[in-house]
Design a protein around this ligand. Structure first.
Ligand code: DIG
Ligand code: MN
Ligand code: MN
Length: 396
């Protein structure tokens, strides 16, 4: 394999994986696990060897739901030792608010306030664990926040309860004096028939209704935007434009299917190319500075060797796409076509940048012939062909 695409934290690569990703033993709703389970310390060692920079976790990826405080402390100590031995960090932590049956009617949106209180308390313990391990970002994925029938509750109550729990947790974190970022992750369905706040766009609006919106952003996932056929590039673009891209879940997905969480770049390669281009900032905007997190898992067919093939493949594909994006944005013909399309020799753009009587008069006075404007070509066929040829390695 080409050495230039080997992931290397020492060269600035910031790739992370969750314990639940490479630790996924291959079980699915139709069959048991197909691989041996590997322990968190073994996962840390394997990720370090693969070239990852960090590892993320749900509380119960490390600590069983019913573990005693003593058992918890032993597991955390062993995990911390593995992190120290192999030089991995924990940038993000999250809480499992979806596996135990107590959450079967939701966590923060459960109709029973005792369940909402239990979920909030469990989230506080999960955040404490994350802080203990050095995490600076806390992801919230509301896997059970939804319904199979809207007879269960009015969705306005659900949104209100979601907001109450988020506001409570933001207030608690600030009361602890911690500087943490909350990253909310959307998904349209599965495991619930419909999940509230179904897309990154829904989440961006919801965040603006929170009491401490400044500490809250989003954690968009490729598969979750693509499942309903939406563009991950546009979800991430809106999040970055709002300065709310606090974390990201990279994987791959075929539209219209269950959440596949496939190896990054292994489906919709063009979408992955434009996503990496946006994250790397090669097209002119500033780059995303957070971890490149792969929330994905190996095919059920794979043995443990295949799991590490999967992990290396995620990182290599990201690095290859980053190089292709750099080449695309350095291509003189690409610049020529984009500059021709964005040209503004008469300085009309700024007239729309803010209402004023002078801008109004100038806009009204403009000579704008729609037929002439309509006749202009854009050479997007050539531009997209250039993107595809860079993507396919046919234009060095
Ligand atoms: C699923 O896409 C979710 C959970 O795995 C986890 O809560 C979150 C963290 O990235 N992604
Ligand atoms: Mn997913
Ligand atoms: Mn995810």
């Amino acid at each position: 394999m080409s050495e230039s695409f080997t992931p290397n934290p020492a060269e600035g690569d910031r790739f992370t994986f969750g314990l639940w990703t490479v630790g996924n033993p291959g079980a699915d709703p139709f069959g048991p696990r197909t691989r041996p389970r590997i322990s968190p310390p073994e996962i840390v060692e394997g990720l370090a060897k693969a070239g990852a920079w960090g590892v993320n976790l749900h509380d119960n990826d490390l600590i069983p739901f019913d573990a005693s405080p003593t058992e918890r402390d032993v597991l955390v100590k062993e995990f911390q030792q593995a992190l120290d031995d192999h030089g991995l960090v924990v940038p993000m932590a999250t809480t499992n608010l979806f596996s135990h049956p107590v959450f079967r009617d939701g966590a923060f949106t459960a109709s029973d306030p005792k369940v909402r209180a239990f979920a909030t308390r469990k989230a506080m313990r999960g955040i404490e664990l994350g802080v203990e391990l050095g995490a600076e970002t806390v992801v919230f994925w509301g896997g059970r926040e939804g319904v199979e029938t809207d007879a269960a509750r009015d969705s306005r109550d659900a949104i209100k309860w979601y907001r109450e729990c988020m506001n409570f947790l933001c207030g608690w974190v600030k009361d602890q004096g911690w500087e943490l970022k909350f990253a909310l992750e959307a998904k349209p369905n599965e495991p619930r028939g419909d999940i509230y706040l179904a897309t990154t766009g829904h989440m961006l609006h919801f965040i603006e209704t929170l009491a401490h919106s400044e500490m809250c952003g989003v954690n968009p996932e490729v598969a979750h935007e693509n499942m309903p056929g939406l563009s991950m590039v546009h979800a991430v673009g809106q999040a970055m434009e709002a300065e709310k891209l606090f974390h990201i879940d990279l994987n791959a997905q075929r539209i219209g299917r269950y959440d596949q969480d496939l190896r990054f770049g292994s489906e919709d390669l063009k979408g992955a190319f434009f996503l990496v281009r946006m994250l790397e900032g090669t097209g002119g905007y500033s780059a995303y500075t957070g971890p490149r997190h792969f929330d994905a898992h190996a095919y059920r067919t794979e043995d443990l060797e295949g799991v590490w093939d999967f992990a290396v493949g995620c990182m290599r594909s990201y690095k290859i796409l980053a190089e292709r994006a750099q080449e695309f944005d350095a291509d003189a013909e690409v610049h020529e076509i984009l500059e021709a399309n964005h040209a503004d020799p008469e300085g009309i753009g700024p007239l729309l940048a803010g209402f004023s009587s002078s801008n109004l008069e100038a806009i009204e006075q403009l000579s704008l012939d729609p037929d002439i404007l309509a006749a202009a070509g854009h050479r997007y066929e050539r531009l997209d062909q250039l993107a595809m040829e860079h993507l396919m390695g046919a234009r060095g």
